[in-house]
Design a protein around this ligand. Structure first.
Ligand code: PEP
Ligand code: MN
Length: 349
């Protein structure tokens, strides 16, 4: 359940509420919104307690709401205010600006990553993507440059001012990845790696959690719950398509999950049409569609020479097409502002 505090509640009031909750042996998760303060209470729902009644009698408490969703901290009902993740230097995910993460599937060498970074920066992306630790289906495929790749990503950031996002695959690489990255990417294959999720939950670093290739929305939000429940509330969700019977596309891009998740959760949602389709010629139309259904941003693979890419060349945009996509999605995003808003999305529900 959540205790919504009155607008004029002081710090001491909040501390008192927290003390009462702890006194009853429940977990406390204060959430400081722009508008109001909410204190989340977590515990076994089957446990008998009169905590709700106790809180309701406290002067600083406006109301107490029971949350029946299986996910709590992730839920819109828990925090009825969109999460905005501030990466510094004016780059925010989940706010008014459309976030674009672009770059190669893998960091291959200095020239490739610096050149790509300059291209994506010129087109208006705020974040450079690039894998250094790669989860490849075959052990014989290029596995990534490891720390060397991370250093090159950091060099590209230095050169362009872009923020960076890169995948973390293992607990043992947490320190090295965190040393360089602005956002930790958890890939589809690791969405249900609960030990890894718990560890990144203890970090002070934004996380982008990709949807597992066979994950339901509930499983995806519960995976985000693992991260948040361990203390890290800076979670971004990324829809990257799910596995279906279709052979013509690498995955089936689930566009409906984007507005659905935005009704269920306050977390920002990014769309990845590159992995969602697996085909470069489908990336632009699906990116347009993702923005039109209200995605907070897109992640796309861009390569200066896709034919010779070491991974995911067939789904990588050439620079010219990336620029085309940027013009189109920016135009769609601008036109959305006239009729789309968070309140409106909720009103649909
Ligand atoms: C990636 O973004 O490079 C990647 C491996 O994606 P996913 O985990 O969605 O397959
Ligand atoms: Mn890829």
């Amino acid at each position: 359940m959540i205790a919504v505090l009155k607008r004029d509640a002081s710090r001491e009031d909040k501390d008192q509420v927290i003390e009462v909750i702890r006194g009853e042996n429940f977990e406390v998760h204060p959430i400081q919104g722009v508008e109001k303060t909410v204190v989340g209470v977590l515990g076994d729902p089957a446990r008998k307690s009169n905590l709700k009644e106790k809180l309701e009698t406290m002067g600083a408490v406006e109301r107490v709401v029971l949350i029946s969703d299986p996910y709590k901290l992730t839920s819109w009902n828990f925090k009825q205010e969109k999460t905005v993740i501030d990466l510094g230097d004016g780059v925010k995910v989940g706010g008014d600006q459309l976030t674009v993460m672009a770059g190669p599937c893998s960091v291959e060498n200095r020239e490739q990553i610096i050149e790509t970074a300059k291209i994506v920066k010129a087109g208006g992306a705020q974040i450079l993507r690039g894998g250094a630790f790669k989860p490849r289906t075959s052990p014989y495929s290029f596995q990534g440059l490891g720390e060397e790749g991370l250093k090159l990503m950091a060099e590209a950031r230095e050169e362009t001012g872009l923020k960076i996002v890169t995948e973390l695959m293992d607990i043992e690489h947490i320190d090295v990845v965190c040393k360089y990255t602005d956002i930790i990417q958890i890939g589809a294959r690791n969405m249900q790696n609960y030990s890894l999720l718990k560890e990144i939950g203890k970090l002070d670093k934004p996380v982008m959690l990709k949807r597992g290739m066979a994950a339901t929305i509930k499983e995806w939000l519960l995976a985000a719950e693992y991260v948040m429940n361990n203390g890290n509330h800076d979670v971004i969700l990324c829809e990257r398509g799910v596995r279906t019977f279709g052979e013509e596309t690498r995955n089936t891009m689930d566009l409906s999950s984007i507005p659905l998740v935005q009704q269920l959760s306050h977390l920002p949602v990014i769309a990845d049409p590159s992995h969602g389709t697996g085909r470069w010629e489908l990336v632009i139309p699906v990116a347009r569609a993702a923005v039109a259904v209200g995605a907070d941003g897109v992640m796309v693979e861009v390569h200066p020479d896709p034919q010779n890419a070491l991974s995911d060349g067939p789904q990588s945009l050439k620079p010219k097409n990336y620029h085309l996509m940027m013009d189109e999605i920016k135009a769609i995003n601008n036109s959305l502002h006239s009729f789309e808003s968070r309140e409106r999305k909720i009103a649909y529900a």
